[in-house]
Design a protein around this ligand. Structure first.
Ligand code: 13P
Ligand code: SF4
Length: 332
């Protein structure tokens, strides 16, 4: 039987009231799913707030690495996802590619002891575990600068995985030298050596889009996410994580126009007027968009019937080291 969105919302609310569940939703979720979230936020806020939550089940509307991070931090919680959607960037690296990156540095005269790895939270638990085992830590787009500043204190080369754009953007902000593996350059000359991963959604924003908006609306501000190409971030007036973008835009005077370079669903619900999506195409994250209201309802129904679906499991060793990498971040 097909239900309307309003009927589904009603059923979801009834099940949420009945069960020991917390529904978590990232900003990039479809509006109707986002509205059902008990906890919403950027990657860092979601990781911290779900850790402190005491419901038996976390129902995570987002992409797999986010649900996995909750399970890693709180192995006793039962984490289920209405869709086991994968972040395309997180998929670009696994433990084998990670080992190859370390080997590349070693072959270029940097010993393992002199490498401090940092993984963006947009990575799977196996990569976080590798990083944890090597003494490294996780970062998100809202704390990357702080994490890298701390890491630099150890006087080592930073291996930054998987997002080359975030790594390069932070290096540029801090006046550090960076390079991308496979793009040429000598790792011994760089402070931050980035893996060659990226987010296909954030690659959609171009310098032409910025020129278009600046010409059309003189005085417009350009606000972008640090997963955008360094050239885009350099040409922006503000660069920040999803939460930082929201705060920046909400505090603007009503008449101030702003074009925003991040995922469509979030930008679309930001502000009723004077807010534009910085792209000529619709920058939707395909995997974030996979989760529907019906999926959320069916997930809650399965919990109610005693047979939860799409439950996240992480093996003990991976969990142990990935947790260390995540906790090093949270401690800061
Ligand atoms: P935030 O940490 O800014 O929420 O970003 C997550 C993400 O996947 C952006 O593409
Ligand atoms: Fe991953 Fe990009 Fe989607 Fe964010 S927007 S979840 S980085 S694919």
């Amino acid at each position: 039987m097909q239900f309307t969105n309003d009927e589904l919302k009603q059923k979801i609310i009834e099940l949420k009231n009945k069960l020991s569940v917390t529904v978590v939703a990232h900003f990039y979720q479809r509006d109707e799913v986002f509205e059902m979230g008990d906890i919403t936020g950027d990657s860092l806020e979601l990781a911290m707030r779900t850790r402190d939550d005491d419901a038996e089940f976390v129902v995570f509307c987002g992409v797999a690495f986010m649900g996995q991070s909750v399970k890693v931090l709180s192995p006793n919680k039962r984490v289920v996802m209405p869709k086991l959607a994968c972040c395309a960037m997180a998929k670009m690296i696994d433990s084998i590619y990670y080992d190859e990156s370390v080997k590349f540095l070693e072959e270029n005269g940097i010993s393992k002891e002199n490498i401090l790895p940092i993984t963006y939270i947009n990575s799977n638990a196996d990569v976080k575990a590798k990083v944890g085992e090597m003494g490294g830590m996780v970062c998100t787009s809202s704390n990357a600068k702080k994490i890298i500043t701390t890491a630099l204190g150890e006087g080592k080369k930073i291996l930054f995985v998987p997002d080359r754009c975030l790594g390069q953007n932070i290096a540029n902000q801090m006046g550090l030298k960076s390079m991308v593996i496979g793009h040429g350059g000598d790792p011994k000359e760089a402070d931050i050596i980035c893996y060659d991963g990226f987010c296909s959604v954030h690659q959609l924003f171009t310098l032409e889009d910025i020129a278009f908006y600046r010409k059309k609306y003189p005085g417009i501000l350009i606000a972008t996410h640090p997963e955008c190409d360094p050239a885009i971030c350099e040409a922006s007036d503000f660069v920040g994580s999803t939460s930082q973008l929201i705060k920046f835009i909400k505090e603007l005077p009503e008449e101030q126009k702003v074009a925003v370079g991040t995922e469509f669903n979030m930008v679309n619900r930001l502000r009723p007027t004077n807010t534009f999506v910085l792209s000529s195409t619709k920058p939707e994250c395909p995997t974030m968009n996979e989760t529907t209201l019906e999926d959320l309802y069916l997930t809650l129904k399965a919990i109610d019937e005693g047979s939860p679906i799409n439950e996240i499991e992480v093996d003990e060793t991976t969990q142990k080291w990935a947790k260390i990498a995540l906790e090093r971040m949270l401690a800061l």
